[in-house]
Design a protein around this ligand. Structure first.
Ligand SMILES: [Zn+2]
Length: 182
């Protein structure tokens, strides 16, 4: 589905989240490109989110993964010189909330600074990992719910003061072989 077919904020976020779940499944199964099962997973989740049958998930799996694999930079995988970064930049209202805090290396931290997560990855010619994107989309979802804008056409929302850009929410995902879990 092209971005133009997505009208409301809810549709935009749910579509991105459903694509993320499809990518996650593809990585788990080790397939090179998305297959019929992938597209079924995506459409079932997207429609389930729209109708309220499914909800954006908790970060339980991510937290478990972190415990099992130890601390490392969520952006580049480095295991040394780690520090803490705010996914939603602090100066844009990002809080010292566990969901907004991720572990990253000093080099990534100083390069990202106050930049939007998606814009920063774009500059580096990268796509965020599944773990980072899931956390990010969850924050976006909660933020838009709090703002009461889920049913508004996303192109008409003034997001200039938001800690993210609605137009940067990914709707076209790379092949699963080009994505990484962490
Ligand atoms: Zn790093």
């Amino acid at each position: 589905m092209p971005q133009t077919a997505l009208n409301t904020v809810a549709e935009l976020i749910y579509w991105s989240y459903a694509n993320l779940a499809m990518a996650h499944d593809g990585i788990n199964r080790g397939i090179p490109t998305y297959d019929r099962t992938s597209f079924m997973i995506r459409s079932r989740l997207y429609n389930g989110l729209l109708t309220g049958k499914y909800q954006i998930g908790t970060l339980f799996d991510d937290e478990r993964w972190k415990m099992e694999n130890g601390a490392r930079c969520v952006y580049c995988g480095a295991k040394e010189l780690l520090s803490v970064d705010h996914l939603f930049p602090r100066f844009k209202g990002g809080e010292d909330d566990p969901e907004n805090l991720i572990c990253c290396c000093k080099s990534c931290n100083s390069s990202k600074r106050e930049k939007d997560l998606m814009q920063w990855h774009k500059e580096r010619g990268q796509f965020p990992s599944v773990m980072v994107l899931r956390r990010f989309l969850k924050l976006v979802y909660k933020y838009c719910q709090t703002q009461g804008i889920m049913e508004q056409p996303w192109r008409e929302v003034d997001d200039s003061a938001f800690p993210f850009k609605l137009s940067e929410i990914p709707v076209d995902y790379p092949k699963c072989s080009e994505m990484r879990l962490m």
